[in-house]
Design a protein around this ligand. Structure first.
Ligand SMILES: NC(=O)c1ccc[n+]([C@@H]2O[C@H](COP(=O)([O-])OP(=O)(O)OC[C@H]3O[C@@H](n4cnc5c(N)ncnc54)[C@H](OP(=O)(O)O)[C@@H]3O)[C@@H](O)[C@H]2O)c1
Length: 319
């Protein structure tokens, strides 16, 4: 297990670089979701609704006061990304780190790659630290969450991305192949979500994003273990979204289709040809495209009202 913290303040970097209004709005929401700045058109709608409901009146007056308060509350959101040394997790960590978040980059074995991700975030003015640990193990998850808290005091966004495949037809699938995939892809999501939600609950804010898969929606030959785990993540996401909605914690799943990564590079040429034929957009997705959607769910004020959803990003495979 390795952990290394870095120094520097994303806020200071932004100030010196001239923080754009767009970026300010992005951060405002996660660091203080109750201080969301709504677009002017939305403010107007709320104002005109005042006479109809005292509840709305109270909400509108809160919204009108947020401008100056929010400006004082600009903090870099703390994000934990599991499996961030490679592929989709790496793209997510980079996208959020370069947006000014403090990012814990988790990995299982690839310490060098994880360090590279941190360096790239730091080079862009952000903060990051690596944490080597197996997120299917409770002790490692506890230690990972503690590392983030010790370094940055809280967790605003939890991204459950780490995953493995152990593909084979059901008739040949060993119990160990089943169990390994369930342990990481489903139990790992449970452990990390439970640990992060405990922190978020106290502060009554947070966003949890679980990386599921299109095969959790439609199934796939040779992936009974993987599709069961990914479908489990969807049910889990909806339940946790319901349980934590009153705490202002949103929980959503992202279901990528075939994305170019180490995971998909192992597929043979014949299989790859078949896959491409089944993708309406005729190409693999890129990790950065998934990262863009995750970044929206993690930081954008407009995502504050999205919870319990499964957002597909699959080139049209499941429609
Ligand atoms: N690629 C796709 O087409 C696709 C499609 C749908 C969904 N997904 C999902 O997207 C996520 C990322 O996939 P990917 O394609 O980017 O995978 P990848 O390139 O194989 O990367 C997997 C990441 O998970 C980490 N990891 C593996 N075992 C771990 C463990 N026990 N504890 C902590 N981290 C662990 C790896 O760390 P090390 O480098 O240290 O091994 C690596 O950072 C997965 O949940 C996957 O199921 C992928």
């Amino acid at each position: 297990m390795a952990a290394s913290a870095t120094t520097g303040s994303a806020v200071a970097v932004f100030n010196s670089a001239g923080l754009s209004l767009k970026k300010l709005a992005n951060f405002r929401d996660v660091s203080s979701p109750s201080l969301v700045k709504f677009p002017d058109s939305f403010k107007l709608q709320l104002r005109s609704a005042r006479s109809f409901s005292s509840g709305i009146r109270a909400e509108a007056s809160t919204i009108e006061n947020i401008g100056s308060e929010a400006a004082r509350n600009v903090e870099s959101p703390v994000v934990v990304v599991t499996g961030a040394s490679r592929g989709i997790g790496k793209a997510i960590a980079l996208a959020l780190g370069k947006s000014g978040c403090k990012v814990l980059v988790n990995y299982a074995r690839s310490s060098k790659e994880a360090e590279e991700v941190c360096k790239e975030i730091e080079a862009s003015g952000g903060q990051a630290l690596t944490f080597g640990g197996d997120v299917s193990k409770e002790a490692d998850v506890e230690s990972m969450i503690k590392t983030a808290i010790d370094a940055w005091g809280t967790i605003d966004v939890m991204i459950n991305n780490a995953g493995v495949t152990r593909d084979t037809l059901l008739m040949r699938m060993k119990k160990s192949q089943w169990q390994e995939v369930i342990d990481l892809n489903l139990t790992g999501v449970f452990l990390c979500t439970q640990a992060a939600a405990k922190v978020m609950m106290k502060r009554r804010k947070g966003r949890i994003i679980n990386i599921s898969s299109v095969v959790g929606l439609v199934g796939n030959v040779g992936q009974a273990n993987y599709s069961a785990a990914k479908a489990g993540v969807i049910g889990f996401t909806k339940t946790v979204a319901k349980e934590y909605s009153s705490r202002n914690i949103t929980v959503n799943a992202v279901a990528p289709g075939f994305i170019a990564s180490d995971m998909t590079s192992k597929l043979g040429a014949d299989f790859e040809k078949k896959i491409l034929e089944a993708i309406p957009l005729g190409r693999y997705g890129q990790p950065e495209e998934v990262a863009g959607l995750v970044k929206f769910l993690a930081l954008n004020p407009a995502a504050a009202y999205i919870t319990g959803q499964v957002l597909s990003i699959d080139g049209g495979v499941a429609m």
